[in-house]
Design a protein around this ligand. Sequence first.
Ligand code: NAP
Length: 344
Amino acid sequence: MQYKITLIEGDGIGPSIVQAAVRVIESTGVEIQWDKQYAGEDVMVQTGTPLPEETLDSIRRNRVGFKGPLTTPVGKGFRSVNVQIRQILKLYANLRPALSFAGVPGAYENIDVVVVRENTEGLYSGVDYWVDEDQSAGISQNIITRKASERIVRFAFEYAKDKDRKKVTAIHKANILKCSSGLFLRVASEVAKDYPEIEFEDRIVDNMAMQLVKRPQEYDVLVTTNLFGDILSDLCAGLVGGLGLAPSGNIGDGIAVFEPVHGSAPKYKGKNKANPCSTILSGALMLDYLGEQEASKKILKAVASVIKKGEDVTYDLKQDRNDASAVGTQEIADAIVKEIRSTK
Ligand code: NAP
């Protein structure tokens, strides 16, 4: 079977890490026709919009997209294209696994946590405005609905059931944000009753941050609202070795876009330095979503093997970040491709 998938290389390090990941994905033997589309900073300069309608139409048509990071101007300029893609295409579940790899310096061992983040509302709803022309105060509304809360918590439990996971933890701030976070917690507790075989618990977000740093191995599937999920998933990425190892999928009903958790890291643009593993592992998530479990596992195994050997790895996976023996983006991808080919 041949799949047609929308490909968006993205900004900054995007083209380099996406090209590396495409080579790895193709080396599994899964046949993919890439439908290359554009979004982000450069296309904004050329066309006046950072998210052309053709790009959205391509994802709607193909039902699956694979993308690199897109730059969002900080504190000014256009709205995040990433957030727009998730909201317009109703990609309501953001799946962000954090998995330990042997050989990663300074990282905890035996972590296997999946953050399931609500992707369409909360503080990222887009209701964000100044109260006056002097910009002396700003308001960002935290919109939480019963519908989206139920949908994301059910997604987390179904994911746990499908992947044979044992526990779902709902994360909130219901002690202070009684209406928004309180509603999320209430709905989560209701949905949990439909899954008696899966343990359910809840944590207040600040405590959760501390618990994750102290005893991350105790957690399994975490489900939470948009901003908390964004922050805690980066925290989890840090626990297993950094953003270079953090993949994600944005999943809706019959439509999904896969991308690394991290941003466009502009300081590494054109330097062949960034770790492509986050994008490569997003490719593995995409293959799993497509039903290509064998190919997905091949990628995971090859990435683990290359990291464990510790020779052909990027700067972020070395004990000393300035280690001159660190390889570049394309070279670690070459090593992963070689590993996949050798296990055929
Ligand atoms: P970032 O691009 O994620 O980079 C932050 C730091 O994370 C880097 O300086 C680097 O750390 C590390 N890092 C990121 N990617 C890495 C990789 N592939 N390999 C190794 N290390 C990696 O965050 P940012 O600088 O805050 O944001 C830059 C732009 O990206 C912003 O415009 C932001 O809005 C956008 N962004 C986009 C997305 C998305 O497209 N989904 C997500 C987040 C941010 P060291 O400095 O320690 O090497």
